[in-house]
Design a protein around this ligand. Structure first.
Ligand SMILES: [Ca+2]
Length: 366
């Protein structure tokens, strides 16, 4: 079979004509065996790349859903991308503690959004450690959870987030999973510290090294570092993760997301009694736009740069510059440019309004 295949192509070479980046056709011309070989390799490589590119991106979303509403917007965007076949959602991790109001109601709020989008069975894990968030409560998670049907009643009933991470990663193939964090890095730290268990014989760092393609992280400021909520809430965990994370990571800074405003159109388009994310924006913003920090990280995790963003490479460090009661180290990130560095951050190549337009459309499809 292979010989027949070779003999057929020995007399021909392929010419690939590329149209609109994705559509190509093949033209057969008289040629040499060497030409045939080179072009066949190119063709098969191209086909392989095309097929791989068409595979949905496998996503684990790690969210602190509660104190801001862009997490709910990111969930809407992610579900709509999954509906379009661009990604597969493996599970959701809630990094707000299940022992506090935000983790207690954050979990059923996520469950209600998943149920609305037809995925009530998606695994949800939650942080089981101590609550370190200032004494504030969410403006919308309880309202959404109590109004919309959901599978998980509260954070108390959700499994430990680190166990869910390990179970999900263990089942996937080599370097196939993209993790996107849009909250704290406390559960990610637990993952890196985790030991072999019933799900995998690998420790946490080796499990990440084997299964994770890259990590998309909303956190910090770039290029000038500053104190930032996601990095600072569990600052010691952030420092540990940044220093030990074993695969590629791309950061999206607060300076980017705060200029990309979305959400008002979603509230206008839907009856909030029938749409959990529209209800979240209604209670949080009163129908106004809000910064899109978390949607940008999620969009990048699924679609990559898409001619919207560029990458700057370097090193991202976390330093402690103050102590505040009760003995909490206060942090800020410090960015050091280096073309060969292990980290990168996104910067915009287009107007902020164009990014907002794409996000708003993706949030509001359903
Ligand atoms: Ca968030």
């Amino acid at each position: 079979m292979i010989c027949a295949f070779n003999q057929f192509f020995l007399a021909f070479k392929f010419k690939l004509l590329i149209f609109n980046e994705s559509i190509f056709k093949i033209k057969l011309e008289k040629g040499t065996g060497v030409n045939y070989l080179i072009m066949t390799i190119l063709l098969l490589s191209g086909l392989m790349a095309f097929l791989l590119a068409a595979q949905p991106v496998k996503i684990i979303l790690d969210t602190d859903i509660a104190l801001d509403v862009d997490d709910a917007g990111a969930l809407a965007l992610l579900h709509n991308l999954a509906d379009a076949g661009e990604c597969e959602i493996l599970g959701i991790i809630v990094s707000s503690s299940s022992t506090a109001y935000d983790g207690y109601w954050g979990v059923p709020c996520v469950s209600a959004i998943n149920t609305y989008y037809g995925r009530p069975e998606l695994p949800i894990g939650v942080f089981k450690g101590l609550h370190l968030i200032p004494d504030q409560v969410s403006k919308y998670t309880q309202q959404v959870a109590q109004h919309f049907p959901h599978a998980l009643l509260s954070g108390e009933f959700a499994p430990d987030g680190v166990k869910v991470y390990r179970q999900l990663l263990a089942k996937e193939s080599y370097k196939s999973v993209v993790i996107v964090t849009i909250g704290f890095l406390n559960v990610l730290e637990e993952l890196l510290n985790s030991k072999p268990d019933e799900f995998s014989p690998l420790n946490g760092i080796d499990l990440v090294r084997q299964k994770v393609k890259f990590w998309s992280c909303m956190g910090g400021f770039y290029p000038e570092g500053r104190e930032e909520f996601n990095f600072n809430t569990f600052s010691q965990a952030t420092k540990n993760v940044l220093e030990r994370w074993p695969v590629e990571v791309i950061f999206q800074g607060a300076e980017l997301g705060e200029k990309v405003l979305t959400g008002a159109r979603l509230v206008q388009k839907y009856d909030m009694q029938k749409h959990p994310v529209a209800m979240g924006y209604h209670y949080y913003t009163g129908g106004q736009n809000r910064a899109s920090w978390d949607q940008i990280s999620t969009l990048f995790a699924v679609r990559g740069l898409q001619n919207l963003f560029g990458l700057k490479k370097g090193h991202n460090h976390l330093i402690f510059h103050d102590i505040r009661p009760p003995d909490k180290p206060i942090s800020k990130n410090v960015w050091e440019s280096d073309e060969n560095g292990p980290h990168a951050y996104l910067y915009p190549l287009v107007r902020y309004e164009k990014i907002a337009e794409i996000i708003e459309e993706l949030m509001g499809r359903r």
